[in-house]
Design a protein around this ligand. Structure first.
Ligand code: C5P
Length: 234
């Protein structure tokens, strides 16, 4: 089936530590001379297998740099239907995509965080190739490297969690349109799309990615991402 990207970008970026009286959503922080979100959108637009790239903005977003983004070409389409949570932003986006494209229930949707600017075309193509036509879909992920501790109140160790078999979920996460919309209706309180699919009893495929596909959450992540982007292909 055809592939389309959906990039939720309606968050406020509260953990970036920008002043509360002058909030700058993190997708618009400058990274290597462009807004953070530009980088992932550019990669997705440049991936031949992806037919359309939909970005979901907050309805009142006044910072979207329309002229700069228009240069990414006609694949990029803007939806102003962001919701209260990431999952709601994705569900709203899925509904509006169907309104614009028609019958896409069987098409693949690659949901990608605006906050993962170091995505590469090669990783997107690996995900698409490894998921293939597997109806459970799949996601990029990396094996957990650290030893994990479960805490109880007071900040003491309750137990060590064996890291064997544990993966950190990344994005893109790739599912069929109809299935993902049904899953998000069934399990709306999820922090990624795969969790909603799992709630339906399906088992998405884990596709080994790279730690360089990091999520910008804290200020240090911006520096790391900038270094990765500027030292790539050299
Ligand atoms: O805040 P966090 O890093 O988990 O956000 C992940 C992604 O979800 C970001 O791209 C953010 O813009 C998006 N998001 C959204 N709508 C919300 C909250 C987050 O589109 N209500």
């Amino acid at each position: 089936g055809s592939c389309h990207a959906l990039v939720p970008a309606a968050g406020s970026g509260s953990r970036m530590g920008t002043p509360a009286d002058r909030p700058m959503p993190k997708q618009y922080l400058q990274l290597a001379g462009r807004p953070l979100i530009w980088h992932a959108l550019a990669t997705l637009c440049a991936t031949p297998a992806i037919a359309n790239v939909f970005v979901v903005l907050a309805p009142d977003d006044a910072l979207w740099p329309a002229a700069q983004m228009a240069a990414l070409g006609p694949k990029l389409r803007v939806l102003r239907c962001g919701g209260e949570t990431r999952a709601q932003s994705v569900a709203n986006g899925l509904r509006e995509m169907a309104g614009e494209l028609g019958d896409i229930g069987h098409d693949w949707i690659l949901v990608h965080d605006a906050a993962r600017p170091c995505l590469t075309i090669a990783l997107v193509e690996k995900l698409i190739a490894e998921v293939g036509e597997d109806d459970a879909g799949g996601l990029l992920a990396v094996p957990v490297a650290d030893t994990l501790k479960r805490a109880y109140d007071g900040g003491r160790v309750l137990e060590t969690v064996a890291r064997e078999g544990l993966w950190q979920a990344q994005t893109p996460q790739m599912f069929r349109h109809r299935l993902l919309l049904d899953a998000l209706d069934f399990a709306p309180a999820v922090t990624d799309e795969a969790s909603a699919i799992e709630a339906l009893g399906l088992s998405p495929r884990l596709v080994a990615a790279d730690v360089s596909n990091l999520k910008v959450t804290y200020p240090l992540d911006l520096k790391l991402a900038e270094w990765i982007l500027e030292n790539r292909d050299k």
